[in-house]
Design a protein around this ligand. Structure first.
Ligand code: IFM
Length: 510
């Protein structure tokens, strides 16, 4: 066994112990982490499985100041010179504000049964509070109708990072008042759309936008203070629960779940300290908001007691934050190897090198969670720099199933960034074979989790179309459909056609 194979096997074994999964170690002659082709051929998904795709308002809509929309923190950020790679903005993005009928027809063509979209808060309430902007609501009403006309289930994410700038000017998420402003906003959406939308997720990746925006400042509003991150996270926890109640009060058909970003955490070594650090990572990065909603308390993310004072926690908050979800939604992109940093004296806070990667300094991320988490590079990397590790989805899904008493699960995002473009020699086709391989292997692992009892009912590929990739601008492409930003022409990639066949047949060898 060579070093690479040895490392792969040891990490897989350490991970399998922590996560309690069946060992499923790639054959030594394969790319580390890859799935045998027999598993792909045998994989089957249940009848009625909801195949879908996901997008987010700021990344696809454009129309940044049309029809009365207010400014968001992302408008301000992208309009600031030097913030976005390549200097592009989401001002036009994919122009889905105007092209939604065409995009939903494409979704139908790919046999899609679910579309996870998000709503731009400043389009609905330009300054974050007060009466709704009728033109903004009309747009989302039209979008929902066009989905239903195409046989696509509308799955609404209420907040995917584009806070009204006016609310940031009032203190942003560290200001606890935002919980009730947000609950009002969620109630407005449920009142106007709740006759047709039954599936709601309050926040996309709450850890990411609070940590990146307030803890390390690589996302807007670019604040870098761990205490602000903790306060923001606590407001979001309260907001999530208040929103669940206001949505249900406004729509009797509503079901509320989540769209959390999660990475399975494998301890670096089998030592007790590293295993405990991996458990803290899981508590902080994966289930912080889930545990709060389901159980009314925070999980053990910190060494010792949670820093309640720093978080702005008040007596009685346990009751407010307790709002059990109807189903659990989370994303899977890649994994983490976690080690203990209890004895570190220097903490760096971490920085950001791509949407899903937080690069920790040698010591540890912060003096409260005291762990160090890195993305390994044993498996191949996508062009966006994330390690491809298909079995991670099996480990994550089975772990969440075990920990939360086998809830209904929706995979709210998964995907890979590759820059393949229309190819003249292939008559304009986009032969993105690596994306097909990525989904084929990952979905085989998801099918294995379902076969082992996980109640997964939906999978949403990120993304239906190429779109604006936040601080990385247009330098990354995640779509099943290629977008030419010069004229907004859409071209279905080979992966899109493949995913369409998978959606129609519930199998992967198509
Ligand atoms: O584009 C993002 C999305 O907004 C949130 N999840 C990860 C995607 C790819 O980086």
């Amino acid at each position: 066994m060579n070093r690479r194979q040895f490392v792969t096997s040891s990490l897989a074994a350490a991970g399998a112990t922590l996560l309690g999964s069946d060992a499923h170690i790639a054959a030594a002659d394969q790319i580390p982490g890859s799935v045998p082709s027999s598993a792909v051929q045998q994989a089957r998904f249940p009848e009625g499985f909801l195949w879908g795709t996901a997008t987010a308002a700021y990344q696809v809509e454009g129309a940044w100041k049309e029809d009365g929309k207010g400014e968001s923190i992302w408008d301000k950020f992208t309009h600031t010179v030097g913030k976005v790679k390549g200097g592009t903005t989401g001002d036009v993005a994919c122009d889905q504000y105007n092209l939604c009928a065409q995009d939903m027809a494409l979704a139908k063509r790919l046999n899609q049964k679910s579309y996870r979209f998000s709503i731009s808060w400043p389009r609905v309430q330009p300054s974050g509070t007060g009466a709704p902007n009728v033109k903004g609501m009309d747009h989302y009403s039209r979008l929902v109708d066009v989905m239903l006309e195409n046989g696509v289930r509308p799955f609404c994410t209420i907040y995917h990072w584009d806070l009204p700038q006016a609310l940031e000017d009032r203190g942003g998420w560290p200001n606890r008042d935002l919980a009730s402003y947000y609950a009002d906003y969620a109630g407005i959406l449920a009142k106007y759309l709740g006759d047709r939308v039954t599936v709601w997720a309050p926040f996309n990746m709450p850890w990411s936008f609070t940590y990146m925006g307030y803890g390390v400042g690589t996302f807007p509003p670019c604040r870098a203070h761990f205490g602000d991150f903790l306060k923001a996270a606590h407001t979001v926890t309260l907001a999530q629960a208040e929103a669940l109640r206001s949505i249900k009060a406004a729509s009797s058909k509503a079901t509320v779940g989540s769209a959390y970003g999660m990475c399975p955490a494998y301890p670096k070594t089998d030592s007790e300290a590293d295993r405990a650090a991996a458990a803290r990572y899981h508590a902080m990065n994966n289930v912080f908001f889930l545990e709060a909603a389901m159980k009314g308390h925070y999980p053990k993310a910190f060494v010792g007691e949670p820093p309640y004072e720093l978080m702005g926690f008040k007596p009685g908050d346990e009751k407010i934050m307790h709002a059990p979800l109807d189903w659990v939604g989370f994303h899977y992109y890649t994994r983490r190897i976690v080690s203990d940093a209890s004895n570190a004296h220097a903490f760096g806070g971490g920085s950001f090198g791509g949407t899903e990667i937080e690069i920790d300094p040698a010591g540890g991320r912060d003096p409260y969670t005291r762990f160090r988490a890195v993305m390994p590079t044993e498996g191949p990397l996508t062009e966006s720099g994330l390690e491809v590790w298909p079995r991670g989805i099996y480990d994550l899904v089975t772990q969440i199933s075990r920990e939360y008493d086998h809830p209904i699960i929706e995979i709210t995002e998964s995907g890979c960034g590759y820059l393949d473009a229309p190819y003249d020699k292939e008559n304009g086709r986009v032969p993105d074979a690596r994306r097909i391989e990525f989904f084929r292997e990952e979905l085989a692992e998801l099918a294995r989790a379902i076969a082992d009892g996980a109640r997964v009912r939906a999978f949403h590929a990120w993304s239906l179309i190429d779109n604006f990739e936040w601080a990385n601008g247009h330098t990354e492409r995640y779509g099943l459909i290629y977008v030419d930003y010069r004229d907004q022409k859409r071209t279905i990639k080979d992966s899109g056609f493949w995913y369409g066949r998978v959606s129609a047949s519930n199998r992967l060898d198509v």
